[in-house]
Write a protein that binds this ligand. Structure first.
Ligand SMILES: C[S@@+](CC[C@H](N)C(=O)[O-])C[C@H]1O[C@@H](n2cnc3c(N)ncnc32)[C@H](O)[C@@H]1O
Length: 223
């Protein structure tokens, strides 16, 4: 069973030193989990998009990492970061510009902002697990109505990932990251849990599988 407890980072102000430190930890945790490489692979058979939107995209550094892996094959894309906080730095924007990509930000609750956009592809990294199944079903239905492709890279709910999440202190992670890492795995996914929540209407090719040591991938492609 998934176990949901509120994550601390979601409730800290953007300039709180604990939040700033935890966002830096997230960059390293994403690297250890190989999230950007896993996401780039998941996207590799999608048609070249004009607009790609990252839900709960935080400071945008995750999507920038993915963009660096795809930009040669996917030129001139617009990256849209949707998050409750507007925290994409000038440096990150410059990183997208150096790849020939535009970067836009839309701040607000995802259920308010997602209906306002129509991206070709939606990506999600370490965000779906924040939602209970009812909210997830609502978000996935909304995503299916807004985009032609969807890819999520989430924590895998497994004994090994749970053990690893207790060890993030060894990377020097702060109290926020230590709490949220364990909470994330307990709220994570396995088997075909996300496919079962994807809307049945419409023609979609679905894929869902474990990736590397700690991750769980779900993708949906309109046929
Ligand atoms: C664990 S962080 C992941 C951030 C980013 N995807 C990454 O990999 O670095 C989860 C993100 O979801 C955002 N978030 C949480 N609840 C949200 C909501 N209801 N609407 C929009 N963003 C939300 C938080 O601000 C945070 O940036």
């Amino acid at each position: 069973m998934r176990l949901l407890v509120p994550e601390i980072l979601d409730h800290l102000l953007p300039d709180d030193p604990r939040a700033l430190r935890s966002r830096r930890d997230l960059v390293r945790i994403n690297r250890v989990m190989r999230q950007a490489a896993i996401m780039a692979r998941a996207l590799s058979d999608f048609p070249v998009p004009q607009l790609i939107a990252d839900l709960g995209g935080g400071d945008g550094r995750f999507l920038l990492s993915v963009a660096r892996r795809l930009a040669k094959r996917w030129p001139g894309v617009t990256a849209l970061i949707l998050d409750q906080q507007a925290i994409v730095s000038a440096e990150t924007r410059a990183g997208f510009a150096a790849l020939g990509w535009d970067c836009e930000v839309r701040q607000g609750d995802i259920f308010q902002t997602l209906p306002q956009i129509a991206p070709d592809i939606i990506t999600v990294n370490l965000f779906l697990h924040h939602l209970d199944d009812a909210a997830l079903a609502r978000l996935l239905a909304l995503a299916a109505s807004r985009a032609k492709g969807f890819a999520a890279c989430e924590p895998r709910r497994s004994t090994f990932a749970l053990l690893a999440s207790h060890l993030v202190f060894a990377m020097g992670a702060n109290d926020v990251s230590r709490h949220d890492a364990v909470a994330s795995v307990r709220a994570g996914f396995r088997d075909s849990e996300l496919s079962q929540l994807w809307p049945q209407a419409g023609a979609w090719r679905l894929g869902e599988h474990a990736a590397f040591a700690f991750s769980h991938v779900f993708k949906a492609h309109a046929i």
